[in-house]
Design a protein around this ligand. Structure first.
Ligand SMILES: [Zn+2]
Length: 306
């Protein structure tokens, strides 16, 4: 069992619509991947995780108890110490001791973490850095930061909720109750209907640089990236999420916007920002969360070993 290829670390990213799993071998290579729709309830999430895990075990010709470690990413507030999901609005439940509920299935300790924190770990591995920020623009907007391998969590593990910083004072109402949050401008659940009302599609907005929504959206994103740069000075700022993935024009537009802004700034060195931006590929975006969950599970298992 000392062969790195025989050590199998399972990572599962429970998304609002899809539960995605990967298995990493001891050399951090993905040796199996698979997904299924997420069943939204406390029991449903456990069934979704078990279902994906079982399918991956079958593919690898092992029993579901054959994984060396298990990590799970959850969209919501997670207590990583107790393994409890405190609140997962998008999954339709709260207060569930998920790690304890799953441990008997796998017969190894299960580690859970917030979905952004696991995506951050995955992006760090894929991009080869331990000092980075991951900015996710999907249904909502959130970020997570790692400095020299240490994930920035804050007191309640909510550090990085950049989506609820007010960007347009008095602007559109956000689900959190504030007005003009960054998320209320860029989050898919607000952006897509607003553009539809204006007769534009997000994917096609890049061809309309004179449209007011072009400057508004690119400006908001450039602002968010600049804030993250000033807050953390990371070696890499990685962008992910469905809204980013749906706009092939975005990297070029952002690069131009950041270059223009840098030309006006003297200090700090805004010229660095553009060179630190990374756009993970479609495949990488789909599995950063699951890969990161596998890493979180592996580290947790390592730290509890005698
Ligand atoms: Zn908000």
């Amino acid at each position: 069992m000392s062969d790195a290829r025989s050590i199998l670390n399972l990572g599962i990213d429970v998304g609002g619509t899809k539960t995605y799993g990967v298995v990493l071998d001891g050399a951090d290579k993905v040796v199996a991947r698979g997904s299924s729709p997420t069943q939204k309830s406390a029991a449903g999430v456990q069934a979704s995780v078990t279902g994906v895990a079982r399918a991956l075990a079958v593919e690898l010709g092992i029993d579901i108890t054959g994984f060396a470690s298990v990590g799970i990413g959850i969209p919501g507030m997670v207590d990583t110490c107790t393994g409890e999901v405190v609140s997962a609005v998008n999954l339709g439940f709260d207060r569930m001791p998920l790690a304890a509920a799953m441990a008997p299935v796998f017969q190894v300790p299960v580690c859970i973490d917030n979905d952004m924190k696991v995506a951050l770990r995955g992006a760090g591995l894929l991009l080869g850095t331990d000092s980075l920020v991951y900015l996710n623009i999907g249904t909502g907007v959130a970020s997570a930061a790692m400095e020299r391998g240490r994930v920035v969590r804050g007191t309640e593990n909510i550090a990085g909720e950049i989506g609820h910083i007010i960007y347009e004072p008095g602007g559109p109402l956000c689900l959190c109750g504030q007005q003009g949050c960054l998320e209320a401008v860029l989050g898919g659940r607000y952006l897509v209907p607003r553009l539809a009302e204006a007769g534009v599609e997000w994917a096609g907005l890049g061809a309309m640089p004179k449209h007011p929504e072009y400057a508004r959206c690119v400006g908001a994103l450039a602002w968010a990236i600049s804030v993250l740069y000033l807050m953390y000075d990371p070696s890499v700022i990685a962008l992910g999420g469905g809204v980013v993935g749906a706009a092939s024009w975005l990297p070029e537009a952002l690069s131009a916007e950041l270059t223009t802004r840098a030309a006006r700034a003297m200090f700090p060195d805004f010229k660095l920002i553009e060179s630190r931006l990374r756009f993970p590929s479609t495949t990488d975006r789909a599995e950063v969360g699951a890969i990161g969950a596998a890493l979180v599970g592996r580290d947790s298992a390592d730290s509890t070993k005698g």
